[in-house]
Design a protein around this ligand. Structure first.
Ligand SMILES: [Mn+2]
Length: 368
């Protein structure tokens, strides 16, 4: 271990692509050490279910795929990645197709078949995963603010300063020394880009380091195909509906949708609305099956959108998020479409109130 051997060893590590190990922060390494210790204490023959939140986004899909890979290749565990709800957005469907992500629909699996459950990009008992509230997961890997049920789980790694849960899972991949395929690298890169809106929504040094490392391996042609997929006609119809129903007050912009083919379109519209010049808050709501889904966005980096969303949906609904983005749902109002529209208007008025804007001044947005 003489000083003169250092440069050669460092170069060797670089050449093998293991240099990232030295790039992982002290925190990342100690969290992985705790993860390793916990996984090694589990029964090596038992099955693992790796679950995303319902209607998974690219971050949830990439994080679950990476965590399942770590369990399989790093620890020789049997692991099944699965999701609840639907993979709705054309981008996400293209991601699964192009990158050969092997996901099961949780509805088709028997929970009792799995001795262990890992929840990714979500937390227990929050109403947004296929895991029933009474079934405690063994592992939670997430970047949303910690929820009460999480502290009691045997292993949890919650990093609220990370923009993507996929960044945490990618750090596990690197720390475990498991070789990563170019498709897996592409999934991680896309997850971080989409979760941060190409880094315009804020990110940590860890997100940027993981993105840049895996970007060198990513398949740019597939990345391009995922980011620009063909879109079904109902996407354009929903877009028209959203633009026909623009209203707002002050710097808050709102839109409401009727029944939507898939709930993921609601946050997508909220992202789009926030790009209107002069706006600092946006909200979109839309009906899917018996739930009214709602998403809010803000440009205010010091805001707590998650807390506002939870106050917005109240006791009957479920909501969560990060600082600048949040989503949730409430049970749809009984009655016809008009009853739901009035429910959407009440939601908009309540949000205006929470943001200290006068709800009685909410009106259509038109060109001055
Ligand atoms: Mn996420």
């Amino acid at each position: 271990m003489g000083r003169n051997t250092e440069p050669a060893r460092r170069f060797g590590a670089l050449a093998r692509g293991a240099s990232m190990k030295t790039m992982l922060s002290e925190l990342a390494r100690s969290r992985f050490a705790a993860f390793r210790e916990y996984i090694e204490s589990t029964d090596p023959r038992a099955r693992w279910l790796v679950l995303t939140h319902n209607n998974p986004d690219p971050d949830a899909l990439a994080a679950a795929a990476a965590l399942a890979k770590v369990l399989r290749s790093g620890f020789r565990r049997r692991a099944t990645p699965a999701y609840g709800g639907i993979i709705g957005r054309a981008e996400n469907q293209e991601m699964v197709r192009s990158l050969d992500l092997d996901f099961s629909q949780a509805r088709r699996l028997k929970l009792a078949h799995y001795r262990y459950v890992a929840l990714v990009d979500c937390q227990p008992a929050t109403g947004n995963s296929p895991l029933p509230a009474e079934r405690m997961p063994e592992v939670v890997v997430d970047h949303h603010p910690p929820r009460p049920g999480t502290a009691a789980t045997p292993f949890h790694d919650i990093r609220t300063d990370y923009a993507a849960a996929a960044t945490i899972a990618a750090e596990y991949l690197l720390a475990s020394g498991v070789p990563v395929t170019r498709r897996e690298a592409t999934a991680i890169v896309y997850a971080i880009r989409s979760e941060t809106l190409d880094f315009c929504r804020g990110s940590s040094a860890a997100d940027r380091a993981i993105h840049d490392h895996f970007n060198a391996l990513a398949l740019s042609r597939l990345l391009g195909r995922i980011q620009n997929p063909r879109l079904p006609l109902d996407y354009f119809e929903t877009l028209r509906e959203a633009l026909d129903n623009l209203y707002g007050v002050d710097t808050l912009i709102l839109s409401r949708l009727g029944p939507v083919a898939q709930p993921d379109i609601v946050p997508e519209i909220a992202d789009l609305l926030l790009r209107l010049e002069g706006c600092t808050w946006s909200m979109c709501s839309g009906l899917h099956e018996d739930r009214l889904y709602c998403s809010i966005r803000t440009t205010n980096t010091r805001a707590d959108a998650s807390r506002i969303m939870r106050r917005l949906v109240g006791r009957k609904g479920r909501g969560g998020g990060h600082g600048m983005i949040a989503g949730g749902w409430i049970p749809r109002a009984r009655g016809d479409d008009d009853a739901v529209r009035r429910q959407q208007d009440r939601l908009a008025a309540r949000l205006a109130g929470l943001l200290r804007k006068d709800p009685s001044r909410i009106g259509p947005i038109t060109r001055a």
